[in-house]
Design a binder for this molecule. Structure first.
Ligand code: CA
Ligand code: CA
Length: 256
């Protein structure tokens, strides 16, 4: 049977529907956890401070490997949910709830702790911060990138704690000695505080120190984690060492 065509054929064919986008590969965002707190996270291609990491999400958390002799071991574990504490003054800190089995992962690098009295580094660091007889509080050798050349992480500090009535020079530094572009040794500062104390306020002194290394983005290059503090406050910073210097990639803090 021949059927008559009814209606009018369009003069042009309709544009084909766009092909559906491929389903995104769902990968847990990655968070750096220290003492149960998220201090930085990698969400997609963004690295964020802990308070921006959001609650109620699933995370792959990676630990901070402390500055101590031996292989760099980053423990990863799934973290289900994060909750905002409601108590003051740190109600916005994000606390994790780790679940499941932790997985120990050796990065293939080792840390060698050097004595704080190492005269070679006391001289080099003293020259970099323009302080004679600088007091080193942390000194360790590690290959951050895995390129076969070691970097030396250091911290230096004038005071232990926060003196109430001290006068004189207050300083605190965190940095890295490394072989820079062109094969020349250089000092990259991650944290710099240098001030004269008036004897009236513990706020005249700021404190910082090496805490460890981690790998927030999972690319195999280690980032440096350090603490910085003031009277009644403390924060934890995660810094990447790029070719042109230090790049803060996240951190978290709490204080009044
Ligand atoms: Ca290196
Ligand atoms: Ca990394």
């Amino acid at each position: 049977m021949l059927l008559a065509c009814t209606g009018t054929a369009p003069s042009t064919a309709p544009a084909p529907a766009p092909a559906p986008a491929p389903a995104p590969v769902v990968k847990n965002p990655r968070a750096v956890v220290f003492n149960g707190d998220i201090i930085a996270c990698q969400d997609g291609d963004k690295t964020l401070g802990g308070s921006d990491c959001g609650g109620g999400r699933a995370w792959d958390a990676v630990s901070v490997a402390p500055i101590k002799d031996g292989p760099v071991v980053l423990t990863t574990l799934p973290v289900v949910g994060a909750v905002d504490m409601e108590d003051e003054p740190c109600g916005w800190l994000v606390h994790t709830k780790p679940t499941g089995d932790a997985v120990r992962g050796e990065v293939g690098r080792s840390i060698e702790v050097l004595p704080n009295t190492n005269e070679q580094y006391r001289k080099l660091i003293g020259e970099a911060v323009d302080i004679e007889e600088v007091l080193i509080t942390g000194l360790a050798r590690v290959d951050l990138e895995g390129d076969g050349t070691d970097e030396v992480l250091f911290s230096a500090e004038s005071h232990d704690g926060f003196p109430m009535n001290a006068t004189g020079l207050s300083y605190s530094f965190v940095g890295v000695r490394r072989v820079g572009a062109g094969g020349k040794a250089e000092t990259v500062m991650l944290y710099t505080h240098k001030a004269q104390m008036s004897g009236e306020s513990p706020m005249d002194h700021l404190s910082a120190g090496l805490l460890g290394v981690t790998d927030v983005d999972g690319d195999g290059t280690l980032e440096v984690v350090y603490t910085e503090g003031y009277y009644e406050g403390e924060s934890w910073m995660v810094v990447a060492l790029g070719p042109s210097g230090a790049v803060p990639v996240g951190g978290e803090g709490c204080g009044v």
